[in-house]
Ligand binder design. Structure first.
Ligand code: NAP
Ligand code: ZN
Length: 357
């Protein structure tokens, strides 16, 4: 197939209101622009952000919304000027589908923090050229600008590759930024989709890894995933015993909570990176910072860094632990995710949408 101005009617799942749940809907993918790639989606991971967005937890959802930003599939057509991808290539899209690619941040590889209006989200974003609403990966196919389409490394299974596009890069980027390596002591708070990738990646980088979790039932898993220790955060004495111990806490907890206990367990100059809880923080006493603790955050990763992470995972044989589900079961998956009943990422097999729509 070559470039076409024809639009593509596409089956999808999405929400129409905060309380509508996620159900079947029909969307239209644009006809290919000269620099566009058409991708038949094989799998899409389910991120906690999908759930936050479908329910408008953050207050900026535009409906209808089709979530999904852990997308993998195969190229089925390309625009006339596309050089990076060809029909048949195994490719991936993460949380963004466009940015200006010209500002200082984009030039430095931080497209996710584009100075010209921010990145264009894969869903709930506004197309930079025609202003239309972007729709995510809970769908049969997607059209995106070639620069924002990444390569799935050869031999990597598609279903497992999907969660790397958000859970993988969101954990990888801060670990790289704060130079985690042999000798580093890293704690990962919240053992879910992001957290379990944080454990695997930090361990692969040579760090000593501790899981901080409220779920005693995950103790055995933590070790299987590569962690060296498990700390139940409800156990105040155990938390106290780790005061001043860690170089970094990767905090993936998705709800409003007091981050102070996670600062106390840092060494001087240690850093707590918030990747979850995109929300207001509870009030906190600033005294803890006198111990020279750093509190910061991190959002996904840039395009080059995301490709680097995919290649790193391929080289080291790192893959997420997934549970593959049918598109029709997404609502149950959301409920289980909220109940922390997840090991450790749901991935939708998009064949189920094609067969049963
Ligand atoms: P997830 O799979 O649901 O995992 C979150 C984990 O946090 C849970 O498994 C649980 O682990 C812990 N947790 C859940 N509820 C909690 C509560 N009430 N109190 C304390 N701990 C709780 O979610 P995810 O997909 O990893 O996403 C995590 C967060 O990161 C979400 O807020 C998501 O929106 C955000 N996110 C941010 C970025 C970014 O760029 N910064 C990218 C992707 C996602 P335990 O059972 O071990 O306690
Ligand atoms: Zn995500």
């Amino acid at each position: 197939m070559t470039a076409s101005t024809n639009e593509y009617p596409t089956r999808a799942y999405g929400a129409t209101a905060p309380d509508s749940g996620v159900g079947p809907m029909q969307i239209t993918r644009r006809g290919l622009r000269h620099d566009d790639v058409l991708i038949e989606i094989s799998h899409c991971g389910i991120c906690h952000s999908d759930l936050h967005s479908a329910r408008n937890d953050w207050g900026f959802t535009t409906y209808p919304i089709v979530p999904g930003h852990e997308i993998v599939g195969t190229v089925s057509a390309v625009g006339e000027s596309v050089t990076r991808h060809k029909v048949g290539d195994r490719v991936a899209i993460g949380c963004m589908v466009d940015s200006c690619l010209e500002c200082a941040h984009c030039e430095a590889g931080y497209e996710q923090s584009c100075l010209d209006g921010g990145m264009t989200g894969t869903y709930n974003g506004k197309d930079r050229r025609d202003g239309s609403l972007t729709f995510g990966g809970y769908s049969e196919r997607i059209v995106a600008r070639e620069e924002f389409v990444l390569k799935v490394p050869e031999g990597m299974p598609m279903a497992e590759a999907a969660p790397l596009l958000c859970a993988g890069i969101t954990s990888y980027s801060p670990l790289k930024t704060w130079k985690v390596g042999p000798g580093s002591k890293v704690a990962v708070a919240g053992l879910g989709g992001l957290g379990h990738m944080g454990v695997k990646l930090a361990a692969a980088m040579g760090a000593e890894v501790t899981v901080l979790s409220r779920s005693e039932s995950k103790r055995a898993d933590a070790e299987k995933l590569g962690a060296h220790a498990f700390l139940n955060t409800e156990d105040k004495a155990a938390m106290k015993a780790r005061r001043g111990y860690f170089d970094m806490v990767l905090n993936t907890i998705p709800v409003r909570h007091d981050v102070t206990p996670y600062l106390h367990i840092l060494k001087i100059n240690g850093v707590q990176v918030l990747v979850g809880m995109i929300d207001m923080m509870p009030e906190m006493h600033t005294g803890v910072f006198l111990g020279r603790k750093v509190l910061t955050g991190s959002g996904i990763g840039g395009l080059a860094e995301t490709q680097e992470m995919l290649d790193f995972c391929a080289e080291k044989g790192i893959l997420p632990d997934i549970e593959v589900i049918a598109m029709q079961d997404v609502q149950t998956a959301y409920e289980r995710m909220e109940a922390s009943d997840i090991k450790y990422r749901f991935v939708i097999d998009m064949e189920s949408l094609r067969e049963n729509a």
